[in-house]
Write a protein that binds this ligand. Structure first.
Ligand SMILES: [Zn+2]
Length: 400
């Protein structure tokens, strides 16, 4: 018998309904024969769940988060009791930036009864992160506080709250979080503590919100200086308060201290220092203080320039030259020093010297500048490397 393509097809069309019906009956018979008890059904679900979970973990380890999410969702659909998987998935959504899904999953998780303490903490903190990344600050703050209600020493929640309060300029609340972090870790963060106190004190000195409270503010500034003696801003404001309160001597004491602790920042205080010495009618005091600060090893170019301007106005031109020559020996590439010194020399008919200073300074600047930069990782160097020493990419160094 000859069987060609057309015959086979018509044979199939003719018998198809019977074949399908046979298959269905076979399937029903097979399932009826199974008579699976409840325990077996549950066992099967658990196994499938475990299979999806492992598959999800595998994808995670292979850095394929999209496939991992897919596998985890299937596991969750199979057995909604697998809380750990659910939590992992929610955190994965958070990491992927799918915040709407992450929020729904964390909330859903928190609605379940009999949640273990650890899971509850993780879900609450996760929800805080979801809200923070979504820009819902108040809800994030609420979720972090709920985390802390269950786990008062939760460092990540404490740090997140501190940062949020700082962003919102709620300085007292940020300081409260910093104190709690210190109690948990034992680590001091004196600069942050000092500046938070300065901000609180600044608010207490404002006239527009409430009547200013100089006493409270002073207490905060004093505390700031106590924890961080080199806090320039606390000393500056305290000096202003002292000067206004008729105690320029105290202002000078507060400021002079910084010659040793923060000499690089002294130039920010020249104005208040001068007004304080003026109030004391102590011109020599100001001059010796500035002279000492400007000659200190770590004096900043800005301070030298300010002192140079003062000396120039006083007609002490030789001292200006000596100061600036010394400064440029220490900081040959300081454009600030060179720029002012060149202009100074020009003002006093010494342009030839100015040209030499400018050339010397430009030589220094050019000598320090890199000639090539890796477009891949940003590595900079004088010579060209065909294979970048930092990121190991080939032929990425471009001339600058
Ligand atoms: Zn590179």
């Amino acid at each position: 018998m000859r069987i060609d393509g057309v015959m086979t097809f018509s044979f199939f069309v003719e018998w198809a309904p019977w074949i399908v019906m046979g298959l269905i009956l076979f399937g029903i018979g097979y399932r009826m024969g199974q008579h699976a008890p409840m325990e077996d059904m549950e066992e099967m679900a658990r196994r499938r769940d475990a299979a999806f979970t492992y598959r999800g973990l595998n994808f995670l380890l292979n850095d394929e988060p999209d496939k991992a999410i897919e596998a985890f969702s299937q596991a969750v659909r199979v057995n909604s009791e697998t809380v750990e998987v659910y939590l992992s998935l929610a955190n994965l959504f958070l990491k992927q930036g799918e915040l709407g899904r992450a929020i729904r999953m964390h909330q859903n998780l928190l609605e379940r009864p009999n949640l273990s303490r650890e899971t509850r903490i993780a879900a609450l903190y996760g929800l805080g992160e979801d809200y923070r990344k979504s820009g819902f600050v108040d809800r994030a703050v609420h979720a972090y506080h709920q985390t802390l209600e269950v786990d008062p020493g939760h460092l990540k929640a404490l740090r997140a709250l501190m940062t949020l309060h700082e962003n919102e300029k709620r300085w007292d609340k940020a300081l409260e979080m910093l104190e709690r972090i210190r109690k948990v870790t034992g680590d001091e963060d004196p600069r942050r503590a000092a500046h938070l106190r300065v901000q609180i004190g600044r608010e207490q000195l404002r006239h527009d919100v409430a009547p200013p409270s100089v006493e409270d503010a002073t207490r905060n500034f004093e505390r700031a200086i106590e924890v961080h003696p080199g806090c320039v801003e606390a000393r500056r404001i305290m000096a202003e308060v002292a000067l206004k309160g008729g105690d320029p001597g105290h202002a000078v004491d507060l400021l002079k201290e910084l010659r040793h602790t923060r000499p690089g920042h002294m130039f920010l205080l020249v104005d208040i220092l001068r007004r304080s010495y003026d109030a004391l009618e102590d011109r020599c005091g100001f001059e010796s203080c500035m002279d000492e600060a400007a000659h200190a090893q770590s004096a900043s170019p800005q301070l030298m320039v300010q002192w140079g301007k003062w000396l120039e106005a006083e007609g002490r031109l030789e001292e200006v030259s000596a100061l600036l020559e010394m400064g440029l020996r220490r900081r040959p590439d300081s454009a600030v020093l060179a720029q002012w010194y060149v202009a100074f020399l020009g003002r006093h008919g010494r342009s030839d010297e100015g040209l030499l200073v400018a050339t010397r300074c430009l030589d220094g600047i050019v000598g320090r500048q890199p000639n090539f930069r890796c477009t891949h990782c940003g590595f900079e160097s004088h010579e060209i490397y065909w294979r970048c020493p930092q990121c190991h990419e080939w032929d990425e160094m471009e001339p600058l």
